[in-house]
Design a protein around this ligand. Structure first.
Ligand code: FES
Ligand SMILES: [Fe+2]
Length: 366
């Protein structure tokens, strides 16, 4: 799993003035909303003797450890150590890691890493979000799968024909092949559009929009765990799906899906789009959760790769580049020692401040 990316921790309306404990990248964090409506996220381990802050309370806009009542603010600073009495200066080493937060698209994103603001990868944008002529739906799913397998699946044009009953010809066309496509790369991702043959839609209302014949569709990824899919029903109408995934752990994946459409804007049509999404996600889940190995290796051992896999091979190449920057967590080392060592993802303050930190930074692969 990779640090130094933005991850969706939760839906905005799930974060209140009560502490919310969430797992991301195999570690625990706590989020809460202060009196000014700002959301904070800090590492869950108390620097005193390892209390679980997320199981405490929010007091005076700080999170209070349930064990001995130390108070930590949204910057990770310890504001009060009750056992020292009211006048004692709090030592710097009591600080915990705090992480930048950005609320967007109904989700709370947390930057899990130590890069300064101008060096951070971006959150995948939804340019049409909230604009006239577009309607948005949001869904969430939990898969027992690895995030790399999800991104690869979403970046793979050739599975559609076999996995998604309502889109391809379900393997019936003897002449089926994935047309040539050109990969477009951006700083943090890549993707490609291709032409598909669609059988239309069995749904009468949707059949007026999704017409039998060629249609344009494509997909790609942004960063380690975000993907986009564009499906054009005809020359002017279509829908997009944006996935913001959060690896709770290597084999536990929270998927937040945002669907935008510029056709059939009537809210009564939402139900059909939600249903259609749920069917497609379930079709993917059934296949992806059973892939062997659970976590693909970057050397592609045990695989025979074909040109239709080019986008996902670009993803694997980028993962290797991000690993070379020192952004990939050494999960095996971490898991082998975690019962005796508390780990935290280093936040930006570790580079900004010249001080010692009580909790060990996660081990990284090189
Ligand atoms: S362990 Fe948190 S206050 Fe003691
Ligand atoms: Fe799919």
């Amino acid at each position: 799993m990779f640090m130094n990316f933005w991850y969706p921790a939760e839906e905005s309306d799930q974060i209140t003035s009560e502490p919310k404990k969430v797992k991301m990248l195999g570690l625990w964090f706590v989020l809460w909303r202060d009196d000014n409506d700002a959301v904070h996220c800090v590492a869950n381990t108390c620097t005193h003797r390892g209390g679980s802050l997320g199981d405490g309370k929010v007091v005076k806009n700080c999170v209070q450890c349930p064990y001995h009542g130390w108070l930590f603010n949204g910057k990770g600073e310890c504001e009060r150590i009750p056992s020292l009495g009211p006048l004692k200066k709090v030592p710097e080493r009591s600080r915990i890691d705090a992480y930048p937060v950005d609320e967007r698209y109904g989700l709370v994103f947390v930057f899990l890493g130590d890069l300064p603001e101008h060096e951070r990868p971006t959150i995948m944008p939804i340019n049409e979000y909230g604009t006239d002529g577009w309607r948005t739906l949001r869904m969430r799913y939990n898969w027992k799968a690895n995030y790399i397998r999800l991104v690869e699946n979403q970046s793979d044009p050739s599975h559609v024909e076999y996995v998604h009953s309502g889109m391809g010809m379900a393997g019936q066309d003897e002449n089926y092949r994935v047309p040539k496509f050109n990969i477009e790369e951006s700083e943090w991702g890549a993707g490609a559009m291709t032409e598909f043959q669609t059988p239309g839609s069995p749904d009468e209302e949707m059949g007026k929009v999704i017409v039998k014949g060629p249609s344009d569709a494509g997909s790609g990824f942004h960063g380690a765990s975000m993907t986009w899919t564009r499906i054009h029903f005809n020359a002017t109408e279509g829908m997009n799906m944006y996935i913001y995934a959060c690896p709770r752990d290597e084999d536990d994946l929270e998927i937040f899906l945002i669907n935008t459409r510029n056709t059939r804007l009537d809210p009564q049509m939402d139900e059909r789009f939600l249903e259609r999404m749920a069917v497609a996600v379930e079709e993917d889940r059934i296949v992806v959760e059973k892939l062997d190995p659970v976590i693909p290796s970057k050397e592609a051992i045990g695989e025979f790769i074909v040109p239709a896999d080019d986008v996902l091979m670009t993803y694997r190449r980028m993962l290797t580049e991000w690993q070379a920057k020192g952004w990939r967590i050494d999960v095996e080392t971490m898991n082998a020692s975690r019962q005796r060592t508390a780990y935290a993802i280093p936040g930006p303050a570790r580079k900004e401040l010249d001080q010692e930190w009580a909790v060990s930074p996660v081990p990284m692969l090189k």
